[in-house]
Write a protein that binds this ligand. Sequence first.
Ligand code: UD1
Length: 429
Amino acid sequence: MDRIRIVGGNELNGTISISGAKNAALPLMIAALLTDETLILDNVPRLADVAQLQRILGNHGVDIMSAGKRPGDREYQGQTLHISAADIIDTTAPYDLVSRMRASFWVIAPLIARMHEARVSLPGGCAIGTRPVDLLILALEKLGADISIDGGYVVAKAPGGLRGADIAFPKVTVSGTHVALMAATLAKGTSVITNAACEPEIADVAACLNKMGARITGAGTPCIIVEGVARLHGARHTVLPDRIEAGTYAMAVAMTGGEVQLSGARPELLQSALDVLGEAGATVSVNNDGIRIGRNGAGLRPVQVTTAPFPGFPTDLQAQLMALMTCAGGASVITETIFENRFMHVQELARFGARISLDGDTATIRGTDKLRGAPVMATDLRASVSLVIAGLAAEGETMVNRVYHLDRGFERLEEKLSACGASIERIRD
Ligand code: UD1
């Protein structure tokens, strides 16, 4: 299993180009199942999760052609995928494939909408009726699907097709909103989705669906209206930039000091994180090419942050902010409201000498002058990158083990950071 070795202490200076957003690329690829024509997606990041979804779609009979960099492409621009679901040969998504990535469960929406049947393995250990897919099922049931559970599979049937409905989510859910939106595009009649997630990736998927002939208004707000259409057609769409990747590198620069241009980043997608970085003492400016982030000399100030659905502070940047606050001049408080148990990184950060105490959903981080490098283990995608951030600032050597978590969501991480002066390398075993 690959490891990442970091020798901390170097400032970051230079330019990092921001890749396409994983959390938009995955549902966009899944949306290709809604049409028998080709969907072309540009700026798709090269990530393990994208490759895994390609395998899952392949199992349904989807053909995917990927084209790489072309002459004249300005910088690295991600890959272009031509996705054709002309013939869906199988409406079952098996356990082996779905269990590796939660988002793959979302194929249930286009399959039931277009094929009127789907059989999709439950993604993880949770029982139905509690987390994690009860709200996705609620949405499909509202749209007229008949749902049962059989041998760990969710079996959905709608012999006459789905019907438009009012879907009021009791809790804001990104996955629920994606599923409701995709399924409603091919339902008969109008659907109104309320308390919808407002994440930019939802709006990006809706924009693509509209290019495919869907009639969606209000995506990006808590109320989305979908007028169902009989069929969708092919389209071409560029995946929006990854706000979590941009926020992660911004935190890394705030941690090490220096100045980095985040090329292609869109400030309006991560304003809450930029505000927190400003409060913590980083300098943030916006220009035509993206965001410029720096910290020169001044120490880090502690902050109080609570994660929240968009436009609040993203849970996907919580671990990175915690790493940053380990070096602040005082005590910071971070409250996690989206996911339970999303503090797996705390014990690993402690190996660097970080002083963090936990009380339920709240972490108190007492800043220290010096972190020291350590062997650490990545536990999940965002937690693992927080260890990289700590390692960049820590004195001496850090070895991050189990980096496959990083490869799920961060494209060419060590290349991007070393180009800005970090001492970081991948050790292939
Ligand atoms: C997506 C993102 C993930 C991000 C999260 C919150 C993708 C691929 N992943 O995850 O990176 O951290 O949004 O911004 O886009 N819930 C239920 N029942 C359900 C569905 C969700 O109780 O049926 C709960 C979850 O357990 C969680 C909360 O709702 O506590 C939010 O989950 P959700 O917004 O759906 O997250 P994901 O879409 O899984």
